[in-house]
Design a protein around this ligand. Structure first.
Ligand code: GTP
Ligand code: SPV
Ligand code: MN
Length: 591
């Protein structure tokens, strides 16, 4: 337990507010984790799975009204409304604090309050930050112990400093009407009530590592981004690193753990995973941009994960993993989800815990796992985890990739003209919505840099910060690209095979960074000729590839109208540079 006065005073305050019967400090030790797992099983919060097939693995079911992030109930509580900007919900802290404290008041009577000291990033790294979360949920404690670095070494690292983030989580009654996920960037404070679902309650993740950290980054010349980080090793043993920002459930975990196609593997190519969801980036001593993954585990989408699509993710879930809202196979007490294999278990419980006959229900089109069901797996389980994973300086970034889920219009890949044009490309990202947040699925919306739900301040200031970082980086700035794995044909089939074959696109991207690959200059940027992408060992028609590389100026002119409309939101706060980028794009399209 810490002796830090600011931490102790706040925990005392939390105790007085929520009136738990007991306070338990989490030290992250194996013994304590074992005790908590046993307790969680006793009270029905976790179900222990088959110890032989899935050692130290557990299943959790959330309340049926609590299965994804709730963007409509997520607030940025900056003192001034303007500082939250037009893309965030805002609440006046003068209103928010009393309202939230009133909801949380006495909510832990008869319960235990757990205090979790955690570090985002390797303990002691100059890029890392420390937080304390109080919670009444053992599920949250055990997830945080996988997703972050937890325990006594964190207390020690913080010492007497007051530089840490407060996180109050209380499940209260899991009442949707009183569910709030509130952020106070000016106070380093996060308050989450009436939820028990991942992104709403694992406060180190989206709340801290993106919403609060993006604000810290703006003020201290670094960047907190919704990005995976991966290393690509070539046959000479050289490793180049890239980051990629895709919206929720649009392929970050899959790309981060990709296995290159056989031909590449034979030649000695390899992919190393540094992170699958969040990157913190800072300019290093040599002037290049360095990234760390602030997390210590993967909170991944289960459906669609299988031996073929993402063997590394699947391998990561075979030990010490918590599964949330998947199917429980009662025959051997293991788990199943749509897309794991073609054999849904007949004797099973669905994600709600109801009897579920897999083959019968599947034939009727009824899913067993929730579309946003997840696994929480230790990063160390991943067969391709990067040797640089715990490195305190991070990895130097050669390329930044933006991408989304677009059935049409956006080509498979293109390169921006330069950094500022790349910021423009990120700012105009649009993607179809997914089950990762509550609300309609499949609706195209603008999601700049995949940060729409995660930027903790005014989005136009965030764009300006990107432009500023480009100035600081100068000619050492990573090159910026955009990808789209999700183009569909008229029948709704994917035109690009995706997954491991995305390596073919990454190869072109790295070659472009080294000035070694050819490209066609189009109105939106540089696009490979079909011949520039290596198709060896892949069964795809060249015409199909050409069609998904084609830049249709007519469609893009319509797209530009949508961008103009979106930009209007930001009024005169929009950086002039981006306005100019839009203008010159329209000029090039009309030529
Ligand atoms: P969050 O954890 O919500 O941030 O999601 P994510 O961006 O990590 O997405 P993830 O890799 O979990 O993929 C989400 C869904 O997209 C899964 O169902 C995948 O099977 C699917 N997917 C990922 N990559 C590809 C791809 O290259 N092509 C196609 N067609 N689908 C993909
Ligand atoms: C996302 O939605 O982008 C996730 C899952 O990574 S959550 O932790 O719920 O935000
Ligand atoms: Mn995510």
């Amino acid at each position: 337990m810490t002796t830090n006065k600011s931490v102790l005073a706040w925990v005392e305050e939390m105790k007085n507010l929520m009136q738990p019967d007991k306070v338990v400090w989490i030290d992250g030790s194996k013994e304590q984790i074992e005790e908590l797992r046993a307790e969680a099983c006793k009270i029905g919060e976790l179900i222990k799975l088959n110890e032989e097939k899935l050692p130290e693995c557990y299943l959790h079911r959330t309340a049926v009204n609590d299965v994804a992030r709730v963007e409509g109930r997520t607030f940025i509580c900056s003192r001034k409304e303007e500082d939250a900007g037009p893309t965030n919900n805002w609440m006046d802290p003068k209103k928010a604090y009393p309202m939230l404290f009133d909801i949380a008041k006495d909510s832990m009577r008869g319960k235990t309050m757990y205090v979790i000291p955690y570090s985002m990033g390797p303990v002691g790294s100059p890029l890392s930050e420390i937080g304390y979360e109080v919670t009444d949920s053992i599920y949250v404690v055990l997830n945080m112990c996988i997703m972050t670095r937890v325990g006594a070494e964190v207390d020690k690292q913080l010492g007497d400093s007051e530089d840490w983030i407060k996180g109050l989580h209380s499940r209260c009654e899991i009442n949707e009407e009183k569910r709030y996920i509130c952020h106070f960037p000016e106070d380093n404070y996060i308050i989450s009530v009436n939820s028990g679902y991942g992104g709403n309650v694992l406060l180190g993740k989206k709340c801290f590592a993106l919403r609060i950290a993006s604000y810290l980054g703006k003020n201290h010349q670094w960047m907190a981004e919704h990005m995976l980080i991966l290393g690509i090793e070539n046959p000479k043993g050289e490793v180049k690193y890239i980051t990629a920002a895709f919206p929720s459930a649009c392929g970050k975990t899959n790309l981060a753990m990709l296995i290159p196609p056989e031909g590449y593997r034979k030649n000695g190519y390899k992919v190393w995973t540094v992170g699958d969801d969040i990157a913190w980036m800072r300019i290093g001593k040599d002037g290049r941009l360095y990234a760390i993954n602030p997390e210590n585990g993967f909170f991944g989408v289960a459906p669609g994960t299988n031996k073929k699509s993402n063997p590394n993710a699947l391998a990561s879930t075979q030990k010490g993993t918590i599964f949330t809202n998947v199917v429980q196979n009662l025959d051997d007490n293991t788990v199943w989800w749509e897309g794991l294999d073609k054999n849904p278990p007949a004797h099973a419980l669905n994600w709600k815990g109801e009897p579920w006959n897999g083959p019968e229900e599947t034939a009727k089109g009824n899913k067993g796992a929730h579309p946003n069901s997840r696994f929480t797996a230790p990063a160390k389980n991943c067969p391709c985890i990067s040797p640089m994973f715990d490195d305190t300086t991070g990895v130097p970034i050669s390329a930044i990739i933006f991408g989304g889920r677009r059935a049409q219009t956006t080509p498979l890949v293109y390169q921006s003209r330069d950094w500022d044009n790349g910021v423009f490309v990120g700012s105009i990202m649009a993607s179809e919505t997914t089950a990762a947040a509550t609300g309609a699925v499949g609706v195209v919306r603008r999601d700049p840099m995949a940060m729409l739900p995660f930027c903790g301040y005014h989005m136009a200031d965030y764009f300006a910060h990107w432009i500023e970082m480009g100035k600081l980086l100068g000619d050492k700035a990573p090159k910026i690209f955009n990808v789209n794995w999700f183009r569909l044909d008229d029948e709704g089939n994917f035109l690009w095979p995706g997954f491991g074959d995305n390596f073919r696109v990454l190869e072109w991207i790295l070659a472009r960074c080294e000035g070694k690959a050819d490209a066609l200059e189009t109105a939106i940027g540089y696009v490979p000729h079909a011949d520039d992408i290596n198709l060896e060992g892949l069964d795809i028609d060249k015409e199909v590839l050409e069609s998904i590389l084609y830049v249709d100026n007519e469609k893009w002119l319509k797209e530009a109208e949508g961008i103009e409309e979106f930009y209007k939101k930001f009024g005169n706060k929009l950086p002039e540079k981006l306005r100019e980028e839009l203008k010159s794009l329209k000029e090039r399209l009309s030529k």
